[in-house]
Design a protein around this ligand. Structure first.
Ligand SMILES: O=C(O)c1ccccc1N[C@@H]1O[C@H](COP(=O)(O)O)[C@@H](O)[C@H]1O
Length: 223
């Protein structure tokens, strides 16, 4: 996916379900838009509805499908129904499964890794061997219903001085108010947000989307 070349961090708005929210994200300069295909999520979207939204997305904006431990049958159906540019694996997929998904679908794969303390970072090195991108999220609390999308941040100082030989994205509890500090502490050049741009759980707020992307330093489209 080409760089938009518009400066600031590259932002992914995840969990889009409404045309107005998608439009706000694209116009504000999002580099990625995410659709959640996980039934337990309040942001879950049916493939047919995602396909309709995807048709609104201009070239150059990466359409990402978020899945959680999806098997081949589910991914076959999804990739057959929705025009996608990237798969985000947000469950307990192993490095071997990441490699297999990448080979089977010919799409870039972004693997999410949950982080709560320093030992969690080791998994990033394993996935760096097989994924196209890493997504560094907060590790969900024990017993959490969702493996992500919990609006929970981790200690960003854990990432200081750490680098990986592939693109990576920071996620977990980001908001318009804290994203600049998150970038300052981590050096992240890519950011992913869901809860922090919602007016209520699962409902995206166009004003918050615009505020987040502006706070990440991305200039809005002028036309
Ligand atoms: O958003 C969801 O509902 C979701 C469900 C299952 C796995 C991941 C999910 N979202 C991802 O979680 C992170 C952080 O989200 P938040 O900003 O803290 O709400 C982000 O990568 C989302 O794509």
């Amino acid at each position: 996916m080409p760089d938009t070349g518009r400066g600031g961090a590259r932002v992914k708005i995840c969990g889009l379900r409404q045309p107005a929210a998608l439009d706000a994200a694209v116009r504000a300069g999002a580099a990625y838009v995410g659709f959640v295909f996980f039934a337990r999520s309040p942001r879950a979207i049916a493939p047919a509805d995602a396909a309709a939204l995807a048709a609104q997305v201009p070239p150059g904006v990466c359409k990402v499908a978020l899945t959680v431990d999806a098997d081949d049958a589910a991914l076959d159906a999804l990739t057959g129904a929705v025009p996608l540019d990237m798969l985000q694996l947000h469950g307990s997929e192993t490095p071997a499964r990441v490699a297999a998904v990448r080979a089977r679908y010919g799409l870039p794969v972004m693997k999410a890794v949950g982080v709560a303390d320093a030992p969690d970072l080791a998994a990033l090195d394993d996935f760096a061997q097989v994924a196209d991108q890493l997504l560094i999220d907060a590790r969900p609390p024990t017993g959490a219903e969702l493996p992500g999308g919990n609006g929970l941040a981790f200690d960003w100082r854990l990432l200081q001085g750490r680098r990986w030989p592939l693109p990576w994205m920071l996620a977990g509890g980001l908001t318009p108010a804290n994203v600049a500090e998150a970038v300052r502490l981590t050096g992240a050049r890519q950011l992913d947000v869901s809860s922090g741009v919602e007016s209520s759980r699962g409902v995206k707020d166009p004003d918050r989307i615009r505020a987040f992307i502006a706070a990440a330093g991305v200039p809005a489209l002028t036309a």
